[in-house]
Ligand binder design. Sequence first.
Ligand SMILES: Cc1cc2nc3c(=O)[nH]c(=O)nc-3n(C[C@H](O)[C@H](O)[C@H](O)COP(=O)(O)OP(=O)(O)OC[C@H]3O[C@@H](n4cnc5c(N)ncnc54)[C@H](O)[C@@H]3O)c2cc1C
Length: 373
Amino acid sequence: MFGGFVFQAIWVWADMDFDFLIIGGGIAGVSCAARLAGSGTVLLLEAESALAHHASGRSAALYEPRYGLGPVVALSMASGDYFHSAAGVLSPRGMMIIGKADEVAQFEADAASMDLVPIAFDQARDIVPILNPDTVAHCALANHAWDIDTDLLLQGFARQARSQGAEIVAKAPVTAIARESGGWRVTTPQGSHTARVLINASGAWADVVAKMAGVAPLGFTPLRRSMARIPAPGGHDVSRWPMMFGAGETWYSKPDAGALIVSPAEEHLTTPHDAYADDMVLAEGLARYEEMVTEPVTRMLANWAGLRTFSPDRVPVIGFDRHAPGFFWLAGQGGYGFQSAPAASQLAADLLTDADSVIDAGVIASLSPHRFA
Ligand SMILES: Cc1cc2nc3c(=O)[nH]c(=O)nc-3n(C[C@H](O)[C@H](O)[C@H](O)COP(=O)(O)OP(=O)(O)OC[C@H]3O[C@@H](n4cnc5c(N)ncnc54)[C@H](O)[C@@H]3O)c2cc1C
C-alpha cells in the first residue's frame, strides 16, 4: 500500500482502518487528500456540514506569488505551473498600490517587495477613474496577480481525491484522539477510526487538535480579517480594475462579480471560532479606502470575516512533529493558503510518503515544525 514509504523508525505496524487521516476540510486538508490518495487509503474528517466553511470560504481569492515571507513566496511560485494549467482557475486581475504623500517610504517598500512599477497618477486614474487627486500621491502597478476561482480549485482537489478512493466526510467533528499501537484512534460523534498517520489541517484549530492528541501546541494565532461588499462605485464597470492596496496594507479593495470588496485588512488576535465582522473595524477600514477615492460608500451589500492563522514566525508549518511519531502538521497558512496550496499539498504528500520534493531543502527546513521544538 505504501510503496517506498519509510515511516519513522520506531513505528510498530498494526492493522489500521486508514493509512492517512486528515482533520480539516479547508483548502489545506482537501488538497492534501488529493495529493495522497494515490499513495494509500485516506479519510478526511470535517466538522462542519460543508467543506470550506471557515477561512477557505472567506478569502479574497488572490494569487500574487510575491506576497508574503520567503518560504511562502517559494511555495506560491512553485504553485504557478499548477494554477496556470488548471482550466478556469485563474483569471487576470493585476495589482495597484497607492499611497499618500507622507507614506512614501512604506509605499516604496511595498512596491519593491512585490515588484510593482511606479506609474504616474494620470495613468493610474485611467485604470481606476475614482482615484482621488487630493490624496493619492504615489501609484504602482503590476499585472502578475490573478483571481483564483477558489471553489473550482477546492472542488477540483476534492474530486481528484474521491476519484482515487479517498473518503471525505462532513459533519464529523473530531472530539477525541488517542495514540494506539501503530497509529491513532480518532473519535467523532458517529464513531471512531484508526489511521497510521494523522494530518492536522484544522486551520485556526491546529493547536486545539494537537492538544487533543497529546501533542505540544506550537503557538498558532488566529487573526481576524473582515470584508465588506459594496456596490460598484459610481456605477462604474469595475470588472477590469486591479486589486488595490493602501500602502502598508491598511486596506484593500478588489472587484467581485460586479461589486467591490473592501477589507480593513485588520489582524485582530482572537480564538478559533466562526468569525464575523466587527462593525467599527469595517467602518474605520471603509473610511481609509474612501479617503483615497472620489466616490463615497453609500451602502454595504454584505460583510463577513475569516481567520488568518499564523505560526509564531508567520511561516506555515509542514512536516512531522519531532516528538509525536505519526503526527503531521499542515497549518499556519496565514493569508496565503490558496495561493500556496498546490505546492504545499504536494510537499506535504512528498514528506508523508518519503518521496523527493522539488522544493528547495532550505525552504523545507524553514517550514518544518522542528524549527520550534
Ligand atoms: C479575509 C481573508 C482573505 C484572504 N485572502 C487570501 C487570498 O487572497 N489568497 C490566499 O491565498 N489566501 C487568502 N486567505 C487565506 C486563506 O483563506 C487561508 O490561508 C486558507 O483558507 C486556510 O485553509 P485551511 O484549510 O488551513 O483552514 P480552514 O479553511 O479554516 O479549514 C480548517 C478546517 O478544519 C476544520 N476543523 C477544525 N477542527 C476540527 C475538528 N476537531 N474536527 C474536524 N474538523 C475540524 C474546520 O471546521 C475547518 O473547516 C485569506 C483569508 C481571509 C480570512
